[in-house]
Write a protein that binds this ligand. Structure first.
Ligand SMILES: Cc1cc2nc3c(=O)[nH]c(=O)nc-3n(C[C@H](O)[C@H](O)[C@H](O)COP(=O)(O)O)c2cc1C
Length: 205
């Protein structure tokens, strides 16, 4: 199998060395997030938010609470990928633009909201799981968009969750799921590491 999208996936690796002098414009950063939000979310909840840490001042606040990882200050931008606890009461508002666009009939909204309420309303663990799933889909989509544009990326779990939430004013229903640095690279990065043999991770049923 081969095409431009698959090439971007297969050639991606996690970037360690960024071009420290490179910047991305706010328009480029907005475009990346817009592409990221094309990812699917459960019941179309879109329970995510992206904080683009790109100013020297904000980078200086992030790096010490992110295990001093160089990417957080050397990459053009580091997104704090925020997942929001799934809230089924937001379903009608989330679907309204699809109704206005003529994609879905308005009458279908309760058919989405009611099962979402049944799923999430009394299950805090599942609300949280959904926040993680949503943010992860968004981050992955940005990663591959970045690669296709020739930029590196680094997903990072190495940070102090409480400190990031405090420093960047996350709400009580928001989780800092991942940091994601993105930007032009400098030479010296490893290529993608070999994966487990596919038959070790694939089960046909
Ligand atoms: C959820 C997640 C968290 C990660 N956290 C870090 C991190 O904190 N610092 C880092 O340098 N790399 C981090 N990585 C990158 C992984 O080490 C990397 O994806 C893995 O070694 C495979 O390498 P490759 O992406 O270059 O193929 C993380 C990756 C993921 C998916």
């Amino acid at each position: 199998m081969k095409n431009a999208i698959i090439d971007a996936m297969l050639s991606r690796s996690s970037t360690k060395y960024y071009d420290k002098s490179a910047t991305l414009s706010d328009e480029q950063i907005s475009d990346l997030v817009k592409i990221g939000t094309s990812a699917p979310t459960s019941f179309h909840l879109q329970n995510w938010r992206f904080i683009a840490v790109r100013s020297p001042e904000a980078k200086a606040r992030l790096r010490p609470i992110a295990w001093d990882q160089p990417a957080t200050s050397e990459a053009a931008v580091t997104f704090i990928v925020v997942g929001k606890m799934a809230d089924a009461s937001t379903v009608p508002a989330c679907l309204a633009p699809a109704v206005e666009a003529g994609i879905m009939p308005a009458s279908i909204i309760p058919d989405w909201e009611n099962p979402a309420r049944g799923l999430y309303d009394d299950d805090v663990q599942l609300q949280r799981d959904e926040a993680i799933r949503t943010a992860t889909f968004g981050a992955a989509t940005i990663i591959y968009a970045a690669r296709s544009l020739g930029w590196g990326s680094t997903p990072m779990i190495g940070f102090d969750f409480d400190a990031v939430a405090r420093e960047f004013d996350l709400a009580d229903n928001e989780i800092p799921v991942m940091l994601l640095s993105v930007g032009p690279e400098r030479p010296g990065n490893w290529p993608q590491k070999p994966r487990l043999p596919v038959l070790d991770v694939l089960q046909f049923a």
